[in-house]
Design a protein around this ligand. Structure first.
Ligand code: TRP
Length: 363
């Protein structure tokens, strides 16, 4: 069986370092590993509209921002098909058929959707399209026969629901769809990178994200203002590293070679943590180190983005070509789905002949 990746993001804002360590960085590594036969990266504008129906301009503007962030990180249209969800209408047809294989109560139990409904105060009036977006996500994944979905932990319920739909479909209509696996980040800190204020969720409205497109100075300010251990007041105080955002970020970003380069008094992160816990290590020193580490990682991304920002028409052309390529693949799967469901009246000469024969006998 071919190894195929599909994943994507909602274009509701620029991508931040949570997206980066949680999924984007891995995608680029997988892309360059040469292990995959096909890679599809989708900008999920239709899904973004399920809770932004009243703000289409936000979604429209951010399609480009996400495309720029993707390419700045190293996604390469020569190796990965980057496309926009709404431009592949076959996905909507698949969604319609899959909706019959899912119950409303199953959708209401989806933990990610549940917490999103709470966050958005949708309890009293949930848009139907929002409640059912996991089904449309199943269409996204299965249309490309994806075997692997590299994504964050919050996408686990979506992939699980996709697997259920695949099993149900194949059970009723015969082996047609492929069951996907989620591929989560290996590093615990990357699984759920907190905001710079220590809150679990990074969000634009909380102003606690570091964006891939932030300037050097913006990154420095955000790092120096980061939440640490509130009880670590004097340098000599012993400090906590759990729940200390600076150390969580170091878990996600630092490597032994960074110590050699920027903080040679320490062999590795364990040594630095031990000193902090003992007392005698100030927050500013640790933050300066984190800043150096993050700047090293983010500088090339920022520079590539600057270049790409001068090539907007070319980016749209790349996306257009991605959409054409994606559509061809989705159309093929849709045809298989319709054949399996026997909604292929005009291609089925046997059906026409049988029905004619039935009436001819009666006469
Ligand atoms: N739900 C994803 C997000 O919140 C976006 C998305 C849509 C997606 N379809 C997908 C991710 C299919 C992985 C696979 O960003």
């Amino acid at each position: 069986m071919e190894k195929i990746i599909l994943t994507g993001d909602r274009p509701t804002g620029r991508l931040h370092i949570g997206h980066y360590v949680g999924s984007l960085k891995r995608r680029v590594e997988l892309q360059n590993s040469g292990e995959f036969d096909k890679i599809y990266i989708m900008i999920a504008d239709a899904q973004a509209l399920t809770d932004n129906a009243d703000n289409p301009e936000k979604v429209r503007q951010n399609v480009l921002e996400v495309a720029l962030d993707y390419m700045a990180c190293g996604l390469d249209p020569k190796k990965s098909t980057i496309f926009i969800q709404s431009q592949v209408p076959e996905l909507c047809e698949l969604t319609t058929f899959y909706l019959n294989l899912v119950t409303v109560s199953r959708l209401q139990r989806n933990p990610t959707v549940k917490s999103e409904i709470k966050m958005r105060d949708f309890e009293a009036s949930i848009p139907a399209g929002f409640l059912t977006y996991p089904v449309s996500q199943a269409a996204d994944i299965t249309a490309f026969k994806a075997t692997v979905v590299p994504a964050g932990e919050d996408q686990m319920p979506m992939v699980e629901q996709t697997r259920e739909i695949v099993n149900r479909f194949n059970g009723i209509y015969g082996e047609t769809l492929v069951e996907p696996q989620i591929l989560l980040p290996e590093n615990e800190a990357c699984l759920r990178l907190p905001g710079t204020d220590g809150k679990a969720k990074m969000s634009k409205s909380l102003n606690n994200c570091i964006y891939l497109s932030d300037s050097e100075e913006e990154v420095r300010k955000k790092v120096m203002g980061m939440y640490t251990d509130p009880d670590h007041i004097k340098v000599s105080d012993p400090g906590k590293v759990e729940g200390n955002t600076v150390f969580t970020y170091l878990d996600a970003f630092s490597r032994p070679e960074h110590f050699e380069k920027y903080l040679p008094d320490y062999k590795d992160l364990d040594e630095l943590k031990a000193h902090y816990m003992r007392g005698g290590l100030g927050d500013v020193k640790v933050k300066k180190f984190l800043n150096a580490v993050m700047q090293e990682e983010l500088a090339p991304i920022r520079e590539r983005r600057k270049e790409l920002e001068q090539q907007i028409p070319e980016i749209y052309q790349m996306l257009r070509e991605g959409c054409v390529a994606a559509r061809a693949v989705a159309a093929e799967t849709l045809k298989e789905v319709k054949d399996a469901m026997k909604i292929n009246y005009f291609d089925d000469t046997a059906l026409i002949e049988e029905q004619q024969a039935k009436y001819s006998e009666v006469q």
